[in-house]
Design a binder for this molecule. Structure first.
Ligand code: PMP
Length: 366
């Protein structure tokens, strides 16, 4: 497929009415409702990526032998479209998601989708379903879920000879409807998410399937989220269930902002890389390095670690208020959102919503 290839449009004959849509947009939650259309492309050895289409959102016929159902050859992405003050619709660093999608594809032996096709698909979807992008002024957005799965009819354990790429979209409500609230986290020592040489850096469904039991354990322990440690020593902090982690050392203008290095077993978040940049813009020193549970414990006890937060597309930044594990249970600072945490959050949400200047050229109009 070459750049500029037209997407064939089949309109949904039964789109939701304007009234139904506004009712949904008034309280969308997350991942509960889907827009009227979806994007579809296919891949086979002869044609590569081809057949770009805009289709009515709906069931996808699949053989019970489709290899994704057996061996989980699948990858996905997640990013949002934000209504701008002038009424246009823009998304945040889509080329970064497209590049990560390619790296995930390579790890899962899936043929990579060209970056420009990825971005063009988002444009096509907004062209038909733009009315589903929530109004400006709040924290609501339209969430895109691009994904590729293997659909060859075979039980052979091998890369599939055919794939589908789909993009569906779902309106997402404000993550913190009642104001930003710190989360509690459970340090998982019993389960690991990813090991060196594994698939931790890729966004593949299997990573999430394997995380569910640990997330359930975190909930049993009264915590909101699980924190993953390194697979070998269970000492280095890696990331949360669906977000990267940051630590603020010191305070005021001399604070240092630390995040776990990209070890290969954690997901390189687009929010993570953007916040590193924004922290440097604000004059903070940043460090990407190994940080252990002991360093966190001692830093919090001595007062050198003043703030901890998690970050990702869904919530942008979530303060971490309490850390619990089999050997510890402590509060970060006074358990409330930290000053630097909230300042970085304001800046990044402002850029995404078009109220803070986009000095890095991160926004793409759809
Ligand atoms: N880690 C994991 C495991 C995730 O699923 C996500 C969400 N994609 C993130 C980190 C944050 O990544 P991003 O900032 O690109 O949303």
């Amino acid at each position: 497929m070459t750049t500029g290839t037209a997407f064939a449009l089949t309109r949904n004959d039964h789109p939701r009415s304007a009234a139904e849509r506004s009712e949904i947009l008034a309280n969308p939650g997350f991942g509960r409702y889907f827009t009227d259309h979806m994007i579809s492309l296919r891949w086979n050895e002869e044609k590569g990526w081809h057949a770009p289409e805009v289709l009515p959102y709906g069931p996808i016929p699949m053989e019970p032998s489709a290899s994704v159902l057996h061996y989980a050859q699948e990858i996905f992405e997640g990013l949002k479209a934000y209504r701008q003050p002038d009424g246009s619709v823009a998304t945040f660093r889509p080329e970064a998601n497209a590049a990560r999608f390619q790296r995930s594809a390579e790890r899962l032996a899936i043929p990579p989708l060209p970056e420009d096709v990825f971005v063009a698909s988002l444009k096509e979807l907004v062209a038909v379903d733009g009315e589903w992008v929530p109004a400006a002024g709040g924290e609501e957005a339209l969430y895109f879920r691009p994904f590729i799965f293997a659909d060859e009819e075979t039980l052979g354990v091998k890369p599939s000879n055919s794939y589908r790429f789909l993009v569906i979209a779902s309106p997402a409500g404000a993550y913190f409807a009642g104001g930003v609230k710190p989360v509690s986290v459970w340090l998982s020592r019993e389960y690991v998410r990813a090991a060196p040489g594994g698939t931790g850096f890729a966004k593949c469904g299997g990573n999430y399937a394997a995380s569910l039991v640990a997330q359930a354990q975190a909930a049993q322990q009264g915590c909101d989220q699980v924190v993953w440690l390194d697979a070998i020593e269970h000492e280095a902090i890696e990331e949360m269930g669906g977000m990267n982690l940051f630590f603020v050392l010191g305070s005021g203008s001399s604070a240092r902002i630390v995040t776990p290095e990209l070890s290969g077993s954690l997901l390189p978040g687009v929010t993570r890389s953007s916040l590193l940049q924004l922290a440097r813009d604000a004059g903070f020193e940043t460090e990407e390095r190994r940080i252990t549970v002991d360093e966190l414990k001692e830093g919090v006890a001595s007062g050198t670690i003043t703030e901890v937060f998690a970050c990702g597309t869904a919530a942008v930044i979530t303060p971490v208020g309490r850390v619990k594990g089999s050997e510890e249970d402590f509060t970060i600072g006074d358990g409330q959102p930290g000053e630097i945490t909230m300042a970085l959050r304001e800046t990044l949400t402002g850029i995404q919503r078009g109220t803070v200047p986009d000095t890095h050229g991160w926004m793409t109009t759809l």
